[in-house]
Design a binder for this molecule. Structure first.
Ligand code: ZN
Length: 135
């Protein structure tokens, strides 16, 4: 498996409108609009930071994963995403190593990425996302 870089940090916020203020007004990051991924009941906003990005995540439904996260833990870093060269290969390798996966097969993420999550029980409590982008 080849990990290329930390692609983004996923940060759960109650609302992107309110949540983005710190990142744009204080930290000076560029806000490039939002994208809703209905399948995951989430609206995302990516704010580029050099080679990586901050991803703000707002729930679109009370039973979505971000709504549940906010209920349990409040706003904060929800996942860390690593960009891999080949996500199918990475998942096969992790499976062979006995790593517990949330997604055995990649699904569609924001920006046309292929993404898959590893189970936090297998990763020191960190929700790890793998993503592959063709660009
Ligand atoms: Zn993400």
């Amino acid at each position: 498996m080849k990990i290329l870089k930390i692609d983004h940090l996923g940060i759960a916020v109650k609302s992107i409108d309110g949540g983005k203020e710190f990142w744009t007004d204080v930290m000076g990051l560029d806000f490039e609009g939002t994208e809703t991924v209905e399948a995951q009941k989430v609206t995302t906003a990516f704010l580029p930071v050099g080679e990586s990005e901050v991803e703000l995540l707002e729930s679109t439904a009370p039973d979505g994963p971000i709504a549940k996260y906010l209920e349990k833990k409040g706003e904060g870093v929800q996942h860390v995403a690593f960009r891999v060269e080949n996500i199918e290969e990475a998942l096969a390798e992790l499976k062979e190593k006995g790593v517990r996966l949330i997604d055995e097969k990649p699904r569609g993420g924001a920006g046309g990425a292929k993404i898959a999550f590893l189970h936090p029980k297998a990763t020191n409590g960190v929700l790890v996302e793998l993503c592959q982008r063709d660009e």
